[in-house]
Design a protein around this ligand. Structure first.
Ligand SMILES: *Cc1c(COP(=O)(O)O)cnc(C)c1O
Length: 367
């Protein structure tokens, strides 16, 4: 099987052919058990092996220290917007948030239902095209929340603040794309469908000391401690999503791990940004220093011609590059499974589009 389209969609993400092949085999007959992966019990030894391998791979690939728990949840990253404050906020200990765009605003909105929220900095003043710096995180706050990669606006945090306050980070769209120091964070969460696997699974990596400090009365399904105590199987977990994520992480390891993936991701992003920067008709949306390597946002100087480029790209099998509704323009997502050849193909597409009618009154950049 080989897919015929270049998927630059922001999520659910592109997955490697080899992963899809193994997944489809497992749907028919998992490991010659005579059962589909969709039918096996989460209490079976087969599934126990899968979830344990998945956890081991997360731990190994991200070098997760022993005093951190790895949990598999459902409800997407959006559920974490409320679960984090429900578990970690206290009436006398508010939380601090960094506002870097669409998803951080959603997290802020949910957190306000559970206690005092202070937004320490925001890049709203410039349509979220940069990452604020130089803000102060008050000591004694319950936690500081940030979004490492702003999938819609196309910015990414490369330097996290130094603080004694536990950092909670939404890493949905750049987890496993680059090396991180897990020990710098109190809690990391990520909806799996951006760079890890299929939708339906949410990864949480949390410092055990933070779990111990939870004092609030919390419904079981929103309580990290319950997932921790039941090896993420307090209720039926999303078996298939965990299986496919495990296959994808297995492949990531075989390909050389995160260090290798990061190098490739840097090269891929550079290729596309260089093409945008040197182009006469496209321009990038984010500040150069804060540009995301995962979600590259750009527009055309002549906005009226954007639908034409979308169609042109689609006719060549390039899909998913339409920008998010409120932002418009284009967004090319270069998750791990998008290889260099795919990015080269997109760049060629842009170049061919420019040249096909360069002389037909193109509105160019004013020099
Ligand atoms: C996609 C995304 C979300 C929302 O994820 P769901 O799993 O759909 O709830 C949250 N945060 C970031 C950074 C995202 O990219």
């Amino acid at each position: 099987m080989s897919k015929k389209k270049y998927n630059f969609g922001a999520g659910p993400c592109i997955l490697p052919d080899s992963v899809l092949n193994s997944a489809s085999d497992a749907v028919k007959d998992y490991n010659r058990t005579g059962l589909s992966i969709l039918e096996i019990s989460h209490r079976s030894s087969e599934f126990e092996k899968i979830i344990n391998e998945c956890e081991d791979l997360v731990r190994e690939l991200l070098k997760v220290p022993a005093d951190y728990s790895i949990l598999f949840l459902q409800g997407g990253a959006s559920t974490q917007f409320s679960m984090v404050p429900m578990c970690l906020m206290q009436p006398h200990k508010g939380a601090v948030y960094l506002d870097t765009g669409y998803f951080s605003l959603k997290a802020i909105k949910e957190a306000r239902m559970f206690g005092p929220v202070q937004v320490v900095a925001s890049s709203k003043d410039r349509d979220y095209d940069y990452i604020p710096v130089g803000y102060h995180i008050p000591r004694g706050s319950a936690y500081f929340h940030c979004t490492s990669n702003n999938s819609i606006e196309g910015t990414e945090i490369f330097d996290f603040p130094e603080t004694d306050v536990p950092i909670v980070c939404d890493m949905s769209s750049d987890i496993f794309s680059r090396e991180i120091n897990v020990a710098d964070f109190g809690l990391i969460y990520a909806g799996a469908q951006k760079n890890m696997g299929p939708a339906g699974l949410t990864l949480v990596i949390v410092k055990k000391a933070l779990l111990k400090g939870i004092q609030n009365l919390i419904p079981s399904m929103s309580d990290y401690r319950i997932y921790n105590d039941h090896n993420s199987m307090f209720n039926t977990p999303p078996l298939f999503s965990i299986y496919v994520a495990m296959l994808n992480l297995r492949r990531l390891k075989e390909m050389g791990g995160i260090k290798q993936a990061e190098e490739t991701n840097i090269a891929k992003a550079k290729l596309l940004y260089d093409a945008i920067d040197s182009s006469e008709c496209f321009y990038g949306l984010a500040d150069k220093a804060d540009r995301s390597r995962m979600n590259i946002t750009f527009k055309m100087y002549n906005r009226e011609r954007e639908p034409e480029f979308l169609n042109f790209a689609e006719s060549r099998g390039v899909v998913g590059i339409g920008g998010f509704g409120s932002v418009g323009g284009f967004r090319a997502s270069l998750y791990n499974a998008m290889d260099m050849l795919g990015v080269e193909f997109l760049v060629q597409c842009m170049s061919d589009f420019i040249h096909k009618d360069l002389f037909k009154n193109f509105k160019l950049k004013q020099i």
